[in-house]
Design a protein around this ligand. Structure first.
Ligand code: F3S
Length: 656
């Protein structure tokens, strides 16, 4: 970027003189104040204030000392009043302004109606009017000039900074208003030269910087002139207002400054622009193909993303270069305002935007992150993209990684597709940058977590404690229940109070259960649990309903060498000893009953302590028979002269 300074920029002769006179008053005897701001530049006014030169709005504000008349000048009454107040006067009125004032005064004295061509509210114009005994009229436009009444004599004076061309146009109109027109072309050439130089420079640059106070009319006019030349013009007061990003497209910048802008402010602006130039040039150097730069997302379309990388042109990321796995819509991957790393695919912006890739940048950054994670055994997060042969394909930091099936879980996973779409935590276990290969393990983390939980569980559980768990696995001999990182075994005999043939009669994998800890063997990593122990043994409830001596029906569940077991209620079995099988000698229970057979039994006894019930088939039969024959026996005993034993003794005989 080229930086060019316009000729005739900054302090004009009159302003330079006024500021110098004011500075000379600093540190002198008594106080000094300017009547109104010395010039239209707040930085200069502040600079003088710091040196003890205050700004007074009226003479009444200055008790004693020196009053400095500013470059715009003032009316004659101010001099009179200042003298009356015994104030010392330092007259910093610009000599060109003084010339206009004197012209207005003389014309008035000669009987001319004075017309001041200028801005009504400008202090300089007001001072000229005051020197015309306040009898002057001010015109700023051709229309105002045309509206003036005809005068016998008309004297025309110009505001020193009024545009010469417009002055001439207005004068032509005024000439039609009087046959005696006297023209004092009191336009200062400094302004004309400055404006001409600014216009010329504006014609050969991309951007013009116009430096000057925001309330400075001549600075504002300079900005207008630059814009009329068809160039972008930035009006600023100080260098702090300049931002590098305003010049990313600028190849040549021109600088000009209003008449009230001091050299030091212009120097600061030039210096700042040189810094910006350096910054932009550095950016250009940095922007090489293959480099990675930071950028801010400034626009997101469905299939592309625009990124401000601080370069003159924006960068563009096509959808295919945005992320891995590829999103359906760019908005799924980034949002406006995101700061992202991008890889420069093509630094040549001659065909429009610079081509960028986020995937490639992510890749480079990702490998660094993965290397670090491998070295420091860090956990990384990744999304499962698909189930492939032998494992899972995952996206980690935008890089494709592989999790072997054996590393997916601590247990064998039958259906790997259930992980697709999930975000999982993993640890890199093997990295080969050259082959672009990264192998990760989820299992390591699960095992670590399991060990941590296991240690915590062993430290927490005690025998007899009721704990919650999840059924993990069923086996023939029982059920494994996870009670917090540790699997305990519920033996099949501890699943239920009744006899269980297969664990799946009681629980299924995934069931949440409450179990009682029966035994903890930390050294052998074994925990025995009981599912049935958390509930009251229904045996006791059932036997409470049974009465000793009563006869009920039961079902033979099995026969043994010492008798037969008969189920008399669900979960309640009693033993019919061989001696109670029949009223004869029985050597083998199966001589009398077989498994599955329904038989009447008499409850001989209930031993709650040992949970045993003794039964008798023989006695049940005897009691039944006795009941059947009792009416007959009671009626016929006397008449027949026979005993029950004679008749039915064989039925009551026992085989001991
Ligand atoms: Fe004076 Fe001209 Fe400057 S009138 S104050 S020298 S612009």
């Amino acid at each position: 970027m080229k930086i060019l300074l316009a000729e005739h920029s900054g302090f004009c002769y009159g302003v330079e003189r006024a500021v110098r006179l004011a500075k000379d008053c600093a540190g002198g005897e008594g106080k000094a104040a300017t009547l109104g701001p010395i010039i239209h530049n707040p930085q200069v006014v502040e600079h003088l204030r710091q040196q003890g030169i205050a700004v007074a709005q009226t003479l009444a504000d200055i008790e004693s000392g020196t009053v400095i008349i500013r470059s715009h000048g003032t009316g004659p009454l101010t001099y009179t009043e200042a003298a009356e107040r015994k104030l010392q006067i330092v007259d910093a009125t610009c000599p060109h302004v003084r010339k206009a004032q004197t012209a207005a005064q003389k014309l008035t004295q000669q009987g001319y109606k004075v017309v001041v061509v200028g801005e009504k509210n400008h202090p300089e114009v007001q001072s000229i009017v005051a020197w015309a005994d306040d009898g002057a009229v001010v015109v700023e436009t051709a229309a105002e000039a045309a509206a003036l009444p005809v005068r016998e004599q008309m004297g025309i004076v110009a505001q020193t900074t009024f545009p010469p061309q417009r002055f001439d146009e207005i004068v032509e109109i005024l000439k039609t208003k009087s046959s005696d027109v006297k023209i004092e072309r009191t336009i200062c050439t400094a302004t004309e030269l400055r404006q001409k130089a600014a216009a010329e420079l504006a014609g050969s640059v991309d951007t013009m910087i116009v430096v000057g106070g925001k309330n400075s009319a001549n600075t504002t006019r300079l900005t207008e002139i630059c814009r009329q030349a068809g160039v972008r013009a930035l009006q600023i007061e100080t260098a702090q207002e300049l931002q590098a990003n305003s010049f990313s497209d600028t190849k040549t910048v021109g600088i000009t400054a209003g008449a009230s802008t001091p050299d030091w402010i212009i120097e600061e602006v030039v210096k700042k622009m040189q810094e910006i130039e350096q910054e932009i040039n550095q950016d250009v150097v940095k922007l090489e193909e293959g480099s990675i730069v930071k950028g801010k997302v400034v626009g997101v379309r469905a299939d592309e993303v625009f990124v401000d990388i601080g370069y003159k042109s924006e960068g563009i990321i096509p959808l295919a270069e945005l992320a891995f796995p590829a999103p359906a819509n760019a908005a799924d991957a980034v949002s406006e305002g995101d700061i992202i790393d991008v890889y420069v695919l093509d630094a040549d912006s001659s065909e429009g935007a610079i081509k960028l890739s986020k995937i490639k940048a992510d890749n480079i950054v990702a490998w660094d992150k993965l290397d670090l994670a491998l070295a420091e055994k860090q956990t990384v997060e990744g999304k499962v993209v698909e189930a492939v042969k032998g494992g899972l394909s995952v996206a980690v930091f935008g890089v494709r990684g592989f999790v072997p099936a054996s590393q997916v879980d601590v247990r064998f996973v039958e259906n790997l597709t259930e992980y697709v779409g999930q975000t999982v935590s993993m640890q890199p276990i093997e990295i080969d940058r050259e082959k672009k290969r990264v192998v990760l393990s989820r299992r390591i983390l699960l095992e670590e977590e399991r060990q941590r939980q296991e240690a915590e569980t062993y430290s927490r559980i005690t025998v007899g404690q009721v704990v919650k768990g999840t059924v993990r696995r069923l086996a023939d001999f029982g059920v494994f229940v996870d009670i917090g990182g540790v699997d305990g075994l519920v033996h099949i005999s501890d699943l239920a109070w009744h006899r269980v043939k297969s664990p799946d009669e009681i629980v299924s994998v995934g069931d949440e259960v409450e179990v009682i800890v029966l035994k903890v063997d930390q050294a052998a990593r074994r925990i025995s649990l009981s599912l049935k122990a958390v509930s009251r043994d229904p045996w006791f409830d059932l036997v409470d309903e049974l009465a000793e001596g009563s006869i009920i029906k039961g079902k033979v569940t099995k026969t043994t060498k010492f008798g037969a077991f008969v189920e008399i209620a669900k979960g309640v079995e009693g033993l019919v000893h061989l001696s109670e099988m029949a009223d004869r000698r029985v050597n083998n229970a199966e001589e009398v009953v077989s498994a599955g057979q329904e038989v009447p039994v008499k409850i001989l006894g209930i031993d709650k302590q040992n949970k045993r019930v003794s039964l008798s088939i023989a006695q049940a039969q005897q009691d039944t028979d006795r009941a059947e024959f009792s009416p007959f026996l009671s009626n016929d005993t006397k008449g027949l002269g026979v005993t029950i034993g004679d008749k039915l003794g064989h039925l009551f005989k026992r085989n001991d």
